[in-house]
Every structure is written in structure tokens, then in C-alpha cells.
Ligand binder design. Structure first.
Ligand code: NAD
Length: 295
């Protein structure tokens, strides 16, 4: 397994490309948007520069890593030699099903088809392909070059062989893979999102303000970041969409998104990416609390 195709050069796709390329894999980075590809490659280069300046890698490592990545806007040319495809395109079920139908037709029966989805059912994605035994979740964490975990998600039809290959490959990347079954939210988001939702409920019910809630979790539970700030970093729209997947999937009201979260997303307050969520990031990304309007 030497040739890796990555679909999507956004936040996660460029991090995944960086990680594979740094370990010597030949990476085809594919995106429909020329601009996303340019931005993705630029981010990889900047992140490698930071690693050089911290003396974690040498200039030669940087040059070799970049030389291992080729970018494509045409999916067919990008994946023709791939041993494994890792899809990291926008989190949208219709888009993912369309991409998997397409890559199924463009790859051999032995190619592994992995998805970095945060919440969409692997079993559902696999069902539109002719090789569901080769379809698997490979859920990297953000920022990919730094975070150690890969949640490896077995769909209903994923084979033992595919699971073992992906577990072994994750270890070769220097990551710690954890095998989980395909149920809404998998493990990472099934536990994280209810905690974030409860933090938002605590704010909505005026139990405490943003800073107070985050301080309790940082200092009391030794979390590096409070749940509201973390939600801002993940994106409030992403949090809402994952909670909705769990609410729909389990039909259990405990996963119902807090009305405050729904309101904020509708109002376009999406967190860091829109420069405002529970904190205000407009002034040189300095986080100023905007909680008082809620309590
Ligand atoms: P993003 O919006 O930053 O990037 C998505 C990229 O996909 C864009 O560059 C877009 O142009 C590209 N794209 C859209 N349609 C495409 C197509 N048909 N072919 C090729 N490229 C296409 O999104 P992201 O945050 O990188 O998320 C990607 C995936 O990773 C999602 O499934 C998301 O749930 C998952 N994920 C995200 C995070 C996170 O913290 N952002 C963490 C874990 C998993």
C-alpha cells in the first residue's frame, strides 16, 4: 500500500495528505476547487515550516514531504493508481454517496475506500458501492499531523482483512487506531457532542456564563479547552449536524440539539470560521466572551 488518494483538500484533507506524505507515501490530493487545493498545499507547507523551526523535522524532510504530494482537480486521474482512497470532502450525505458511487467505478476490486466522515453511516456509504467489504471509516482528528487518534469504524459489511489493513496503516502513520462499530456518532462524537450540548443547555438555562462553564471544565476536569470554546473550533454548524444525526439515528430525546445552538447556526454564528460563536474572534483571533447577551 504505497499510493494514497485523498478526496478533499480542506481542513482535514490537507492534514491527512501531510501525514501520509511525511511517512513516505505517494499522495494524490484531489479537490473540485483549484482554490482549495492551492490553500491546502499552502497550509501543508506552512505547517511543515513550523515543524522545521521547532527542529522536529529537517528542511530535507520538508522538501521530500512536499515532493510526495501531487494535486488534481480531476478525480479519475487522481485515483487511478490508488491502493487506498481516503475521502475527506464536505460533510453531506448526498455528496458522499455520489463520490463513493464514482470512486467505486474508478477503482479495482482490491482498492480500500475509506471515509473521514464525522457522523455519516459507513454502512449506508458502503451500500452504494460494489465492494462494501472494502469500505471503512478512518476518522482522523483535527489537527491531523498532531492528534494521535484514528477512530477506525467498521461498517456492517466491512471485512476483517480491510479492518486489519487500516489499523496497521494507521500505526505506520504513528497514530493510535481504535476500532469501533458503525452506530450514530461512533464513539468520539457520541460522547463529545452530548457534553457540548449540555454545556450549551447550561448557558441557555442561565446556570452560568460562557467563561464560567469553560473554566469549570478546564480547571475541574483538566480539559485543555472548555466545551463552548471547543464547539467554536469544531464549528457550531458541524456540532448541530452531528447531534441531528444522533437524534435521528437513535430516536432518543437525549440527543436533541439545544435550541440556542439551533438559533446561533441559523443566525450564522458558527464559531471561529465565522469569527463569532460563544466567543468573538474578530480582533486578531483574540477570543472575547460574548456570553452576557444570554444571561
Ligand atoms: P472542509 O470544508 O474544510 O473541506 C472540504 C473540501 O471538500 C473542500 O475543499 C471542498 O472543495 C471539497 N469537496 C467538496 N466536494 C468535493 C468533491 N465532489 N470532490 C472533491 N472535493 C470536494 O471540510 P473538513 O472540515 O475538512 O471536513 C471534511 C470531512 O472530515 C467531513 O466529512 C468532516 O465531517 C470530517 N471531519 C472534520 C473534522 C474537523 O474538525 N473539521 C474532524 C474530523 C472529521
Amino acid at each position: 500500500m504505497k499510493n494514497i488518494a485523498i478526496i478533499g483538500a480542506g481542513t482535514m484533507g490537507n492534514g491527512i495528505a501531510h501525514t501520509f506524505a511525511q511517512k513516505g507515501y505517494k499522495v494524490s490530493l484531489i479537490d473540485i476547487s483549484e482554490e482549495s487545493l492551492k490553500k491546502g498545499l499552502n497550509t501543508i507547507s506552512k505547517n511543515l515550516d513550523r515543524m522545521v523551526s521547532k527542529e522536529k523535522i529537517t528542511e530535507t524532510d520538508k522538501t521530500e514531504t512536499l515532493a510526495n504530494i501531487t494535486s488534481y482537480t480531476d478525480i479519475a486521474s487522481g485515483i487511478k493508481d490508488a491502493d487506498i482512497v481516503v475521502e475527506a470532502a464536505t460533510e453531506n450525505i448526498d455528496l458522499k454517496l455520489k463520490i463513493f458511487k464514482q470512486i467505486d467505478e474508478l477503482t479495482s476490486k482490491n482498492t480500500i475506500l475509506a471515509t473521514n466522515t464525522s457522523s455519516i453511516s459507513i454502512t449506508k456509504i458502503a451500500a452504494v458501492t460494489s465492494k462494501p467489504d472494502k469500505v471503512i471509516g478512518m476518522h482522523f482528528m483535527n489537527p491531523v499531523p498532531i492528534m494521535k487518534l484514528v477512530e477506525v469504524i467498521r461498517g456492517y459489511a466491512t471485512s476483517n482483512e480491510t479492518t486489519k489493513l487500516v489499523m496497521d496503516m494507521s500505526k505506520k502513520l504513528g497514530k493510535v487506531p481504535t476500532e469501533v462499530n458503525d452506530y450514530p456518532g461512533f464513539i468520539a462524537n457520541r460522547i463529545l457532542m452530548p457534553m457540548i450540548n449540555e454545556a450549551i443547555y447550561s448557558l441557555y438555562e442561565s446556570v452560568a456564563g460562557v467563561e464560567e462553564i469553560d473554566t469549570v471544565m478546564k480547571l475541574g476536569m483538566a480539559h485543555p479547552m472548555g466545551p463552548l470554546q471547543l464547539a467554536d473550533f469544531i464549528g457550531l454548524d458541524v456540532c448541530l449536524s452531528i447531534l441531528n444525526v444522533m437524534y435521528d439515528g437513535f430516536k432518543n430525546p437525549k440527543y436533541a440539539p439545544c435550541p440556542l445552538l439551533v438559533n446561533m447556526v441559523v443566525a450564522g454564528k458558527l464559531g471561529v470560521k465565522s469569527k463569532e460563536g460563544f466567543y468573538d474572534y474578530s480582533e486578531n483571533r483574540k477570543a472575547e466572551v460574548v456570553s452576557k447577551q444570554f444571561i
